[in-house]
Design a protein around this ligand. Structure first.
Ligand SMILES: C[S@@+](CC[C@H](N)C(=O)[O-])C[C@H]1O[C@@H](n2cnc3c(N)ncnc32)[C@H](O)[C@@H]1O
Length: 244
C-alpha cells in the first residue's frame, strides 16, 4: 500500500462509516458461523494498523496480527496490539495447526500478495482441523477506480472466484456474501464520474463529510441479511470456509 494510506486508515478506522459498518457485518458473520463458545486463537492476516484486532476481534479470543509492512505494524503496536509479527501472508513464520480462526480483511487483492492460493494454503496450514477462515475482498474488477491505484490493487474478486480459490486450497466453503449493496449505486456513479473527471491525487475514496453516520447505519443494516442469506451483489465479497 502507499504509505499515505496507512495514515488515512489509522485516522479513519475508529469513526468512518465503512470501517464501522463492516465491523457490524463481520461481527454478525462471526456470531452466526463461528459461534465462539470459548476463547479462540485468532490470526488476523494482513492486520494493517490493528483496528480489527483491538476493537472487536479481541472479544472472540487472543489475536495475533501479521503484516508485511513496518508502517502498519508500528501503528498497530501503538494501539496496544501485543501479538504482532512482521511477515508475509505468503510465508507465515507460525506453527501449523495452531489457530481456530484466520481472518483476512482486504489483503489478498493487493500487489503485495502475488499468489492468493499460496496465501490461502498458508492459512490452511496454520489452522487446526475444523478451524475457519473469514476472507473479505473488494468485488468486481470492472469497478476498479483511482482508489485501487492508491492501495495497489492487483485484482478484484467475485463470489465465484473466491469460492473456487478457497476450494483449490482444500477449504469447505460455508457461506458467501457480497457486502455494501445498498450504497452500490452511489459507488458505481462515483466510479463512472471518475472516468470523466479524475479526482485529485489526495482525494480519498473515504470522504463523505456529514453523511458519515447515515452511511454507517445503511451499511450496518446489511449485517443480518449478509450473515443469514448472503447479499447478491455489493462492493465487497466475503467468504467463510472451514478446514475439514
Ligand atoms: C487494505 S489494508 C487492510 C488492512 C486491515 N486488514 C484492515 O482491514 O484494516 C491491506 C493490508 O495488507 C497488507 N499486506 C499486503 N501484502 C501483504 C503480504 N504479502 N503479507 C502480509 N500483509 C500484506 C498491507 O500492508 C496492508 O496493511
Amino acid at each position: 500500500m502507499d504509505p499515505r494510506e496507512y495514515e488515512v486508515m489509522a485516522r479513519e478506522e475508529e469513526r468512518h462509516w465503512w470501517y464501522l459498518g463492516m465491523a457490524s457485518i463481520t461481527r454478525a458473520l462471526l456470531n452466526r458461523w463461528v459461534k465462539p463458545e470459548r476463547c479462540l486463537n485468532i490470526l488476523d492476516a494482513g492486520c494493517g494498523t490493528g483496528a480489527a484486532m483491538t476493537t472487536y476481534l479481541s472479544e472472540y479470543g487472543d489475536v495475533t496480527g501479521v503484516d508485511l509492512y513496518a508502517e502498519a505494524v508500528t501503528v498497530a503496536r501503538k494501539r496496544n496490539a501485543s501479538r504482532l509479527v512482521r511477515a508475509s501472508v505468503l510465508d507465515l513464520p507460525l506453527a501449523p495447526a495452531f489457530f481456530d480462526l484466520v481472518t483476512s480483511f482486504d489483503v489478498l487483492y493487493e500487489r503485495g500478495v502475488s499468489d492468493e492460493i499460496c496465501a490461502l494454503n498458508e492459512f490452511y496450514r496454520v489452522l487446526k482441523p475444523g478451524g475457519q477462515v473469514l476472507v473479505r475482498l473488494p468485488a468486481y474488477n470492472w469497478l476498479r477506480g483511482r482508489h485501487d491505484e492508491r492501495v495497489h490493487t492487483r485484482r478484484r474478486f467475485t463470489r465465484g472466484l473466491l469460492k473456487s480459490l478457497l476450494e483449490q486450497s482444500s477449504f469447505q466453503v460455508q457461506h458467501l456474501s457480497y457486502a455494501n449493496m445498498f450504497l452500490f449505486p452511489l459507488a458505481l456513479a462515483k466510479r463512472i464520474g471518475e472516468r470523466f473527471v479524475p479526482p485529485s491525487d489526495n482525494e480519498s475514496d473515504f470522504a463523505v463529510g456529514g453523511l458519515n453516520n447515515i452511511f454507517r447505519r445503511i451499511l450496518s443494516w446489511e449485517a443480518p441479511i449478509a450473515s443469514r442469506w448472503g447479499l447478491p451483489y455489493g462492493l465487497s465479497v466475503i467468504a467463510i470456509a472451514r478446514k475439514p
